[in-house]
Design a protein around this ligand. Structure first.
Ligand code: ZN
Length: 294
């Protein structure tokens, strides 16, 4: 079943809900980066958060989440655009930590203490940037704290990644509920009580739950606004790699040719490997020289 995202509202639009399944997205990231179970869980939750927050932007606008913790995983970076295409990486994908005494992967320990940055490039001169401290490194709590601190919106977020014995991703997804303005106290209490039961969200998705089914678990009348497919998709191209290498200047490219014969560039975000052969590097040098002559 393909991953997708659902936006919904309830109680005269005073409650905003986003639910998403991201099993295929997280599995694609795992395959590309060779992530260990704890790295898959941390990156998978951050990719899912990127998809949820991508409902706040439009079209080609870009949202970036940076989780900079002092734990063994190092930085986690995810970008998502308004068309719900997400990509991301974790600095140390092969870090292995065993499951804790509750049978859970110790994501908080692997992430550590540090900060969460969210930037939204909306095509204006300056991007919108929000920063807050990591609360637990478990990602969902950190996103909730960020939304409260930076955007003053009380939110509840549940996210989960279920990993099979062989390391493959069995299921992944998340749900966000935001109470805007004047929802009554009873509604708030009921919602938070039902939300707390959504802890095992990845188990529900593993059983075949779709985003709509996750929303139904809140037991509240809701109206679906729209559905969107989501995907792991990178923006890197060979042209962009050539531009980066050309920016090193002709002397630097000459020395790459002398030392290695060709250039190999790996995209951080998706792990794609680009090789520029000697003739291609020489052509870049020619182009640089020609641009001086013009
Ligand atoms: Zn890439």
């Amino acid at each position: 079943m393909k991953d997708y995202l659902v936006r919904a509202v309830a109680k005269n639009e005073s409650i905003r809900i986003v639910a998403v399944t991201s099993t295929g997205v997280v599995e694609e990231a795992r395959k590309r980066h060779g992530t260990s179970p704890v790295a898959s869980a941390a990156l998978g939750r951050t990719l899912t958060a990127g998809l949820i927050l991508s409902t706040e932007i439009k079209g080609e606008d870009l949202l970036t989440i940076r989780i900079l913790g002092d734990g063994p995983l190092g930085a986690i970076v995810v970008t998502a655009d308004g068309k719900h295409r997400v990509r991301g990486y974790v600095q140390n994908p092969s870090v292995y930590l065993p499951i804790d005494k509750n049978g859970k992967l110790p994501v908080g320990k692997a992430v550590g203490k540090g900060v969460l940055h969210v930037s939204k490039d909306l095509g204006l001169k300056e991007p919108f940037v929000g920063t807050c401290e990591l609360v637990s490194g478990e990602i969902a709590e950190d996103i909730v704290y960020y939304l409260y601190r930076s955007e003053q919106i009380p939110s509840a977020v549940a996210m989960g990644v279920l990993i099979g014995k062989d390391g493959h991703i069995r299921s992944a997804g998340g749900i966000l509920v935001q109470i805007l303005g004047d929802a009554d106290e009873e509604t708030r209490e009921k919602l938070s009580e039902r939300f707390s039961r959504l802890e095992g969200i990845s188990s529900l998705i593993d059983k075949g739950y779709k985003p709509e089914d996750l929303i139904k678990e809140l037991k509240i009348d809701f109206e679906i606004l729209d559905r969107h497919p989501v995907a792991f998709e990178c923006k890197c191209t060979k042209e962009k790699v050539e531009e980066t290498i050309a920016s090193l200047g002709s002397d630097e490219i000459e020395s790459i040719i002398a030392e290695k014969g060709e250039a190999e560039v790996n995209c951080h975000f998706c792990g794609e490997k680009y090789i520029l052969k000697q003739e291609e590097l020489k052509k870049l040098i020619m182009d640089i020289k020609n641009s001086y002559d013009e």
